[in-house]
Design a protein around this ligand. Structure first.
Ligand SMILES: [Zn+2]
Length: 225
């Protein structure tokens, strides 16, 4: 179910957004891939979940990259989005088994070269990590280093797109058997199985797959840029 599509991320507030669509999602298996999950439906509406600096602050906390919401500037937000898109394009190249764009590699490498939070001893049995500069810079450096670690290793072959027809989530299959198909079993795995079960029970001709009916997916593939 690879949908090799790269579209501009829309910042528009879509009145058709369903409740929860803009909620931040995690569980892709790596922080760098969780950052990629902050764009929804990349092959269709391609909508932004990091709409405000506060969204990025909340994402950093949810990704366990900050203990509490840091002060985030508009510039931080733009930087996070640019890093995210570079990571996404590298992931797309990895999934398509083609070389990554050197410009995208440079973007990730530049962030990976910035200072990460350093470990500090707060007392016996208490360690903490302190960002040498701003906490957002350190967090994005951590995300970039995670991308270097992931896509610079054989694990890059284990990065896949969710098998749900209406999901563009990308995840790392860290299972021993290598059979993970969904970005999230709770979200995409279960509802896809329920939809398939309903489809089987009602027969192929009387009721088509409700998921595909509700959310048609274009059959044309577009070349990534
Ligand atoms: Zn999914």
């Amino acid at each position: 179910m690879a949908r090799a599509l790269v579209q501009p991320v829309s910042q528009l507030v879509d009145p058709d957004h369903e409740p929860g669509e803009l909620a931040l999602r995690y569980g892709a298996g790596r922080p760098c891939l969780d950052l990629v999950l902050t764009v929804g439906e990349r092959w269709r509406r391609s909508f932004e979940r990091l709409r405000t600096p506060e969204d990025l602050a909340a994402w950093l906390v949810g990704a366990k990259l900050a203990p509490e919401p840091p002060a985030v500037t508009r510039r931080d937000l733009e930087a996070a989005r640019e890093l995210r898109e570079a990571i996404f394009r590298i992931a797309r190249a990895a999934m398509d088994r083609r070389p990554a764009n050197p410009a995208n590699l440079s973007q990730v490498n530049a962030w990976a070269a910035r200072p990460d939070a350093v470990p500090q001893l707060a007392g016996i049995g208490r360690a903490t990590r302190v960002p040498p500069r701003g906490p957002v810079t350190a967090a994005l450096a951590t995300v970039a280093r995670d991308a270097v670690d992931l896509f610079g290793s054989p694990l890059s072959a284990r990065v896949h797109e969710c098998a749900a027809p209406d999901c563009s989530g990308i995840f790392l299959d860290a299972s021993r058997a290598g059979g993970r198909r969904w970005c999230s079993m709770a979200r995409c795995g279960n509802r896809t199985k329920v939809a398939a079960h309903r489809s089987r029970r009602s027969g192929p001709s009387s009721h088509p797959d409700p998921m595909r009916t509700a959310t048609p997916v274009p059959t044309t593939r577009r070349n990534p840029t």
